[in-house]
Design a protein around this ligand. Structure first.
Ligand code: MG
Length: 405
């Protein structure tokens, strides 16, 4: 079998709809994902078997990277995945070995090669990765409000994540009171550059009584020394890793045990091959794996299901449960969460295909959020013009004022 071509499918995915019970945010939408894009790839072969994959990191830019890489794999045998992965790495390493662009591009192609191998051998990808450890994968949803958390609980979800650095303690308190003690709650601070290590520890200590499953990106995750300081001072499992690429990108996070939970982004970690290797590296440090999926599309979610089925240290998978209808239209079939779990697919390969007509109906537009723009909820009004570091000063003052009254 020979690879004959690689096609890219870039689309605008847009924001999630506002949550029930969400307060108006000064006329701004409640989600900053208005510029979200998804990039899918299809690898074709001379035997008529095609494989599908997904790339994230900066989808509009990564499309160009995939087009650059495609001639390196055309004419090659798609079964030799490891060899092809390293051929691309060596050909592109001058651009940086751990960047999200190269790694994101290789992710989609690698994912598609595993899909082809599974279809050619008439077996699911999880079987090629060592077989099943489990038949279903636990997932968690997102909630900014108690109302949305209760919707998730009513659907059978056993985990919910809330986030932001504006008032995470207030949000967790409201959600814990609404859902009770049996549901796992997680907090994602999104590691903004103005959230200092001391801020992260202050907030983390205030969150300790709520029995969280993890505290995610408490500081900018590129600063591993700061993450270690939070790890040493806050008695909540620490999670990070969604912004990192491939095994060299996460190596120090794991070796220094800065995290208890590693969160590889299934669309930019370097593909199914790298995700499986990362899981083994984490296992050696007793670290659990909870793949990032927030801004990703549904093909990457499928890839995560196959890897999580095959590894012992899979904790929980992020799931955008109340997304725009396009998530449910662009692939077939769509995995449903039942009682908070998704069944591992048993079809050959990844077991999913994209609907190219749906992609064509949603042309890409924009792929960055301008600070202070209508789509952005990260900044207090008027502070962008001053300095981003004022964000946290205002919020800390607000928190301390509330505590004093
Ligand atoms: Mg996150």
């Amino acid at each position: 079998m020979k690879i004959t071509g690689v096609d890219t499918f870039l689309m605008h995915a847009g924001a999630m709809p506002p949550e029930p019970g969400a307060a108006p945010t000064r006329g701004r939408p409640t989600s900053s994902w208005t510029t979200r894009n998804w990039l899918f790839v299809k690898v074709h072969t001379d035997e008529g078997i095609t494989g599908v994959g997904e790339c994230s990191g900066w989808p509009r830019v990564i499309r160009s990277a995939v087009e650059d890489i495609a001639p390196l794999v055309v004419g090659e045998d798609p079964m030799n995945i490891e060899r092809l992965w390293h051929k691309v790495l060596v050909s592109t390493m001058g651009h940086g070995m751990t960047g999200t662009v190269g790694s994101g591009a290789m992710t989609g192609i690698d994912m598609a090669l595993w899909d082809i191998k599974g279809k050619a051998l008439n077996t699911p990808v999880w079987n090629l990765l060592g077989g099943k450890v489990r038949d279903r994968i636990r997932v968690y949803g997102h909630a900014a409000t108690p109302e949305r958390a209760l919707e998730l609980k009513a659907k059978g979800f056993t985990g919910v994540k809330t986030g932001g650095v504006a008032d995470p303690v207030g949000r967790v308190d409201a959600i814990r009171k609404a859902v009770g003690d049996e549901m796992d709650i997680m907090v994602d601070a999104h590691g903004p550059p103005w959230f200092t290590t001391k801020d992260a520890i202050l907030v983390g200590k205030a969150l300790e009584p709520y029995n969280l499953l993890f505290y995610e990106d408490p500081v900018a995750p590129e600063n591993i020394g700061a993450l270690v300081r939070v790890q040493e001072n806050v008695d909540i499992p620490i999670a990070a890793g969604e912004r990192h690429s491939n095994i060299w990108g996460v190596r120090e996070l794991l070796e220094r045990e800065a995290v208890d939970v590693i969160q590889p982004d299934t669309g930019r970690i370097g593909g199914t091959s790298q995700l499986k290797k990362l899981a083994a590296m984490a296992e050696a440090h007793y670290i659990m794996v909870a793949p990032h999926s927030g801004s990703l599309g549904p093909v990457a979610e499928y890839a995560a299901l196959h890897v999580m089925a095959s590894i012992p240290n899979a904790l929980i998978l992020e799931r955008v449960e109340f997304d725009t209808p396009v998530r449910y239209e662009v692939i077939d079939p769509h995995p449903e969460a039942v009682d908070g779990y998704i069944q591992v697919p048993d079809r050959p390969g990844l077991g999913v295909d994209i609907n190219e007509e749906v992609v064509a109906k949603h042309p890409s537009r924009g792929n960055v959020t301008t600070p202070g723009s209508p789509g952005d909820t990260s900044y207090e009004p008027g502070t962008w013009e001053e300095h981003v570091y004022f964000q946290q000063r205002y919020r800390r003052q607000a928190r301390l004022r509330r505590r004093a009254t």
